[in-house]
Design a protein. Structure first.
Lengths: 115, 113
């Protein structure tokens, strides 16, 4: 039990639609990262938020966006969904104590299917 | 471009024996390496890590070895237990920047009772 929760567990959307995935971190965790895990692959880094600002991004287009809120919750938004967006989406939170190797705690993920 | 590679998709080991999971990386900037364990329907859980200034780190039954010249690391589990059956991800990052962690594709370990 990591204390990181995600909702919904599963979601089905159609191509072109928009989706919002949610993550609730442990109290005090000021940093959240989002990952996409396609079938048979490892998690791929989408972006990271620190104190409500994006401070790092992977190779994902701008239609992937996020928000982080003061209450330790966060959102991943994906616009204009494509079939290849079907994946498990993981959020990971941590206390950023100034050491870039602080441990990340992952949620169970949201399984998104795009038809 | 797969910067962290786990070439064995699966591994079966008898209970009580040693499990050895291997990982290779290509990016010389990586200086911090991690292993995560993932059960079905759960997120990855941090298992053990190693900094590039070390060549070995041990935590109970788990030991990670790092060979920087070969850009290779391995995770040893001794003795293996049925509860160790899971997918193991090798991951790497550069400690000088934000925490962008690059994962391998995972190795599914099955420990046979």
């Amino acid at each position: 039990e990591t204390g990181v929760t995600q909702s919904p567990t599963h979601l089905i959307k159609t191509r072109g639609q928009q989706v919002t995935l949610r993550c609730s971190s442990q109290s005090g965790h000021n940093t959240v990262s989002w990952y996409q895990q396609a079938l048979g692959q490892g998690p791929q880094f989408i972006f990271q938020y620190y104190r409500e600002e994006e401070n790092g991004r992977g190779n994902f287009p701008p239609r992937f966006s996020g928000l982080q809120f003061p209450n330790y919750s966060s959102e991943l938004n994906v616009n204009a969904l494509e079939l290849d967006d079907s994946a498990l989406y993981l959020c990971a939170s941590m206390i950023n104590g100034g050491t870039s190797t602080d441990t990340q705690y992952f949620g169970p993920g949201t399984r998104l299917t795009v038809l | 471009d797969q910067q962290v590679k786990q070439n064995s998709p699966s591994l079966s080991v008898q209970e009580g024996r040693i499990s050895i999971l291997n990982c290779d990386y290509t990016n010389s900037m990586f200086d911090y390496f991690l292993w995560y364990k993932k059960y079905p329907a759960e997120g990855p859980t941090f298992l053990i890590s190693i900094s590039s200034i070390k060549d070995k780190n041990e935590d109970g039954r788990f030991t990670v070895f790092l060979n920087k010249s070969a850009k290779h690391l391995s995770l040893h589990i001794v003795p293996s237990q049925p509860g160790d059956s899971a997918v193991y991800f090798c991951a790497a990052q550069w400690s000088g920047g934000y925490q962008k962690v690059t994962f391998g594709t995972g190795t599914k370990l099955q420990v046979i009772p």
